[in-house]
Design a binder for this molecule. Sequence first.
Ligand SMILES: Nc1nc2c(c(=O)[nH]1)N[C@H]1C(S)=C(S)[C@@H](COP(=O)(O)O)O[C@H]1N2
Ligand SMILES: [Mo]
Length: 326
Amino acid sequence: MPITFKAGDKIRSSEITPEDVFHRRREFLKSAGYSVGAAALGLSPWSPVNAAVPELGAIGQWPGSTTEKQTPWEEATTYNNFYELGTDKGDPAKNASLLVTDPWSVEIAGECAKPGNYTLEDILKPHANEERVYRLRCVEAWSMVIPWVGFPLADLLKRFEPNGNAKYVQFQTIIDKDRLPGQRYPVLQWPYVEGLRMDEAMHPLTMVAVGMYGKLLPNQSGAPLRLVVPWKYGFKSIKSIVRISFVEEQPDTSWNLSAPREYGFYSNVNPQVSHPRWSQAKERRLDGESKGLAALFSEKRDTELFNGYADEVAGLYTDMDLKTNF
Ligand SMILES: Nc1nc2c(c(=O)[nH]1)N[C@H]1C(S)=C(S)[C@@H](COP(=O)(O)O)O[C@H]1N2
Ligand SMILES: [Mo]
């Protein structure tokens, strides 16, 4: 029986086991028309570090995908930035089960013809998934190559018919101060917010990811839906989105609010523009070869302008000084 989530459907965390959560997500995605492969659910023991995440079936690969060596799943899902779940790289995986992704809805607000509260099913149903192998480059100078599963953000945004005043889009992450350990501390202003200019949001490279490595996103990676903006520093790729708002003025973003000299609104990957406390010219690729201490001494590679996506996106910024608009 297809499961639909009603707004206001609240389930106490004590009533949910991790297996339930994954099982219900899989059932729900099936009912939403997703092809979901036979998952190892119930067969392999659930572990908070490497959860038995359901598989997403038959997906075509986007022709523009990078063919570079991929970061192993194990590394991409245990070395994360998701401050709501803790500030250490290992915290998001350890605390993943504290993020409750069911029920989930997304509020659409602002300058558009179809604002409202949409269930996760409403949001995802019309979109066919594809796999896109994109680099994710963190401002801390490491990078990963990840096969994301999802669809272009433009296809989602167009459904709400943004009007002429919609110059920017703001995104917001779930707020749940009782459960999410990071939100008890003012490391950032909560909820986490991010933004894109309308043309950046509508660019065909900008995607909504619902999975990775052919599986549903694990919670630490931003379940049930997150952005992937491959030419920008990782913090623009906001996780676990609950609100999307079309606005006229450049919106607040969490990292810009917390350290405006260090993190600008645009945050395009740019080897020529240093972070005030360190260079951005080199990066360390996390490719499973070197971990822990060994990674600190592994060779760095040159960072590419726009994270290697200059041919596709440089045209968005032709009249802009990228040093002032960092
Ligand atoms: N809500 C939320 N989204 C977030 C973050 C966060 O702390 N909270 N961290 C960002 C940063 S700094 C990076 S580098 C990427 C990391 O994504 P990953 O853990 O999937 O590699 O997520 C981004 N999205
Ligand atoms: Mo980051």
